[in-house]
Design a protein around this ligand. Sequence first.
Ligand code: 8IG
Length: 278
Amino acid sequence: MSATTTPGEPFALAEQAAREIAQRSGIERHKAVIILGSGWLEAAEVFGDATFECRTSELAGFAPPTVAGHEGRVRSVVIGNRPTLLLLGRVHLYEGNEPAAVVHPVRAAVLAGASLVVLTNAAGGLDSKMRPGQPVLIRDHLNLTGRSPLAGPPPPAPYGSRFVDLTACYSPRLRALARAVEPELSEGVYGGFVGPQYETPAEVDMVRRLGADLVGMSTVLEAIAARHLGAEVLGCSLVTNLAAGVSPHPLDHAEVLAAGAAAAPRLARLIADVVARA
Ligand code: 8IG
């Protein structure tokens, strides 16, 4: 997918996918979308039975996933009377995808009606007091990818200006709602890297000085694209490892997936509660 040649092409493709989701699910407008990141797939059943499900490969514009634990499915469920899309699996920069491809799923979902976007991920913790399995609400992010889904030709009418305001990127209203459901929930700043390598200890030291509490390889571009389309964003990280130099052990992708699998169902219940009340 090219974001540099044809103005509006990424948006037209997302509109097409949104129409396909509506037609195939029989649901004209979904209200919310939940993107389940690595480790969270185990929790998908918590959101209830699927009223519709298909592979993302059957829909316009979705890049094929290449990473273990990222399945590539779109599912429709009902959470507190709201038709909600679940995106099982994600598209990452580190797979070699362009930003437009990374944010295509979230754009398609928002254009299918989802004015509430929940972005989940697994992340490294930068605070030695963090524990694997601990949820952290994303209060803000550092986009350390050097990329933007809004780079390129200006978005066509009727889309808003690419100079989007990110003052309240992660909705204070939704964060308050999440803390009302779970008062112990901590908040942190998410530093988004391209990956796929984990950070060096020097990079961990750098990003901590810059104000991050968490490090990961997703979420930031999707949050930007969702805000550009006017959706409210809730971000939630599952700390599955302590970052390099914080952890006494080398990092292992299988351990990351296992820690997520163990803790994700509780987290999913929290998110379902927030979506039901939002
Ligand atoms: I899970 O320590 C997970 N994802 N960049 N660093 C980065 N991404 C991550 C990490 C980590 N752990």
